[in-house]
Design a protein around this ligand. Structure first.
Ligand SMILES: [Zn+2]
Length: 409
């Protein structure tokens, strides 16, 4: 006992009070990892899985809503495109009709010019007619005088009359022809004016139709921008939920990996290795052996290590290596601090063999209890002279430590 205390005093790690370290770790851990507890538990996994499932359901729902909005936006976009086509077509019809109107208008003004020409020609013919008649009557009067005074023959008078009558007939024919032409032109003009009125009506109809199309397009454009905004809003919510779910899943992976470190990849499971002929199994699932029997440790730099150091995570179950009775469940402390074995258990198997399990985090049995090989008797920790979670495992034959490797499967 005195030797132990002496050793404790000289040991460079004597100020590393394990409880103080645990307190520091808990404080640091809670600052750096606010969402991850220091010790992962199945309830964390359950909580995170539930959270993730809720987020996934939310994502599905919002994705469906976004798809609905997208389908609506696509349909509206198609309708707006169709309306744009109809508007273009109507505009083409309006411009086509305007061209026709302008053509008809120039035909009307051309016809007006032609009517004017015919009118002038008519007036000229009428003037000719007047002149002819005047000449005719003057001549007739003169000739009648000549006839009465007997200077001209009556036959001459008759010839002259006949000539004048035929001239008069020609002029009347020309006038009738011109009047006919003029009438035809006026009929043509009336027809053109009627056509112009019809075209103007048609243009007004196209314009009214276009106003309706433009109104309808404005309405559909508003609906389309609503649908696009709705789609974007749902897509934003999906992205947000996905980002949150990524975080939850990352935490889930982290918690799961903490849980599976005890039996996950790289861990040698005690149960996989069976039982040795002597009746021992490995006392824990471990990742590696840090110090062999007889080796050196920071606490025993000169060698002479009394057991096997099996490394794994804190909280890894410790099994009874063989059937027996728990003979000690105790702690080595001095002034409130652990030293040497820290928390440890001794199991007596029979008169010859016993085993010792040190640096435990917690106990699962009490002294005097009967245990069977493979029963959980405690949990891995780092109490006492230890620099990290591991099991210090010893096998005693009568009253001496022996190399456990020679007795394990
Ligand atoms: Zn050890």
């Amino acid at each position: 006992m005195r030797g132990m205390l002496q050793l404790n005093k000289n040991n460079p790690y004597r100020f590393l009070n394990p409880i103080a370290w645990l307190v520091i770790l808990l404080i640091v851990g809670s600052v750096v990892l606010p969402t991850s507890s220091v010790v992962a538990s199945q309830s964390d996994v359950d909580r995170l899985e539930q959270q993730s499932a809720q987020l996934e359901a939310e994502i599905k729902e919002k994705e469906a809503a976004a798809a609905d909005a997208r389908a609506e936006a696509d349909a509206l976009s198609g309708e707006v495109g169709q309306l744009d086509n109809d508007i273009s077509l109507t505009e083409a019809r309006i411009s086509e009709t305007a061209t026709k109107i302008s053509d008809v208008e120039s035909s009307i003004s051309q016809t007006n010019e032609e009517i004017k020409v015919q009118q002038a020609s008519l007036e000229e013919q009428e003037r000719n007619q007047d002149e002819t008649l005047r000449v005719f009557y003057e001549t007739v009067t003169d000739e009648l005088l000549f006839v009465l005074v007997g200077s001209n023959s009556i036959s001459e008078v008759i010839d002259h009359n006949e000539y004048l009558e035929s001239l008069e007939g020609q002029i009347e024919g020309a006038i009738a022809e011109i009047e006919k032409l003029k009438r035809e032109l006026q009929e043509k003009k009336t027809g053109l004016e009627q056509e112009e009125t019809e075209l103007a009506n048609l243009k007004a109809q196209h314009e009214a139709y276009k106003i309706g199309l433009v109104d309808e397009k404005a309405r559909k454009d508003a609906l389309l921008s609503d649908a696009v905004a709705t789609q974007k809003s749902f897509e934003d919510e999906v992205a947000e939920a996905e980002a949150l779910n990524d975080k939850v899943e990352a935490e889930l992976r982290s918690v799961r990996s903490k849980l599976t470190q005890k039996s996950g990849p790289g861990v040698i499971k005690a149960s996989d290795q069976g039982t040795s002929a002597v009746g021992f199994q490995w006392p824990t699932n471990y990742r590696y052996i840090s110090t062999y029997f007889g080796g050196s440790t920071p606490f025993q730099p000169g060698g002479g290590h009394g057991g096997l150091d099996l490394v794994n995570s804190a909280g890894t179950p410790i099994y009874a290596a063989a059937d027996g009775t728990v003979t000690a469940v105790t702690s080595m402390t001095y002034n409130g601090s652990y030293y040497a074995y820290g928390n440890y258990i001794v199991v007596g198997h029979n008169a010859r063999w016993s085993s010792l399990y040190a640096h435990l985090q917690a106990f699962a049995v009490s002294a005097g209890q009967e245990v069977h090989r493979g029963d959980v008797i405690g949990y891995m920790g780092s109490t006492g002279w230890s620099t990290g979670p591991h099991l210090h495992f010893e096998i005693w034959e009568y009253s001496a430590r022996v190399n456990p490797l020679g007795l394990l499967p």
